[in-house]
Design a protein around this ligand. Structure first.
Ligand SMILES: [Zn+2]
Length: 265
């Protein structure tokens, strides 16, 4: 279970990400419980009145937003975000804050994201936000940069150092002024086995989400390009799960995500 030690700060906005809807729900609930926990030790304690209410789905300060519309067109629309904006400054009924959970936050349309961004930039003290998303890459980099990205821990342990080194090499090639560097790097890895590629993709995603949540690990990448890279890495992971050949995956990775490398962005 997700747990914060007493000394760990809990921020006002998180992206709870997992490919599985069930795991996103679990992660969001644990996070909301941690935000509202009244216990004295690690949060959520799972025992206090507040934790029990959260885990039973009856805490009055948890406000859930779901996408509206049919399965194909479902989206979180700007009116739904406006409702959040209108109530976010109202004090919570029991807890220390109100926790807004956006299920399928990656289905927010652009105007909804922009409306939410304003709120994330100047969050009221009385509100916290959990954006549950299968694909955080669908969120604006500006939205992502205001949130701490939490990935489902069940999705895998920390990638091995070797994979992190691979990923760092990959980003060096992505950022190299000569486009041939990326092509060469990808060509050199075409014969990697599935496990190696999987670990590499996971490590690369991790480096990127650290960058997107404000840690300057990859200073050469702009936020916009980092977001495009993240989207691509997530696509490659889906391809890999669907047994698309490794050569195709590296073929996709070898196409630059930056339209032009001229320092703009
Ligand atoms: Zn508790």
């Amino acid at each position: 279970m997700l747990q914060f030690q007493r000394q760990d700060p809990i921020l006002h906005a998180y992206i709870a990400s997992s490919p599985s809807a069930e795991n996103r729900e679990r992660l969001s609930t644990e996070l909301a419980a941690a935000m509202l926990c009244e216990g004295g030790g690690a949060r959520p304690c799972g025992q206090c009145r507040s934790c029990r209410k959260v885990f039973h789905g009856v805490h009055p300060d948890i406000l859930i937003t779901d996408p509206e519309g049919g399965a194909k067109t479902a989206a979180i629309k700007v009116d739904q975000i406006r409702q959040i904006v209108a109530t976010a400054h109202i004090m919570p009924s029991e807890g220390a804050c109100k926790v807004y959970v956006l299920r399928q936050a990656d289905k927010m349309n652009l105007s909804a994201q922009n409306a939410l961004l304003k709120l994330l930039e100047e969050p009221p003290r009385s509100a916290a936000f959990i954006l549950a998303a299968e694909n955080p890459g669908a969120l604006l980099p500006t939205v992502r940069s205001r949130c701490e990205l939490l990935r489902d821990s069940a999705a895998g342990e920390a990638p091995p150092d070797e994979a992190l080194a691979y990923a760092a090499e990959y980003f060096q090639a992505v950022c190299a002024p000569q486009r041939s560097a990326l092509l060469r790097w990808c060509a050199a890895h075409e014969r990697d086995d599935t496990q190696t590629v999987q670990a590499f993709l996971q490590a690369a995603r991790q480096l990127l989400s650290q960058k997107l949540s404000g840690r300057p690990d990859l200073p050469q990448l702009s936020d916009a390009e980092a977001a495009r890279q993240l989207e691509r890495l997530e696509l490659c992971e889906r391809y890999l799960r669907a047994n698309v050949g490794i050569r195709h995956i590296y073929g996709l990775l070898s196409v630059p995500t930056a339209p032009e490398r001229d320092g703009k962005n």
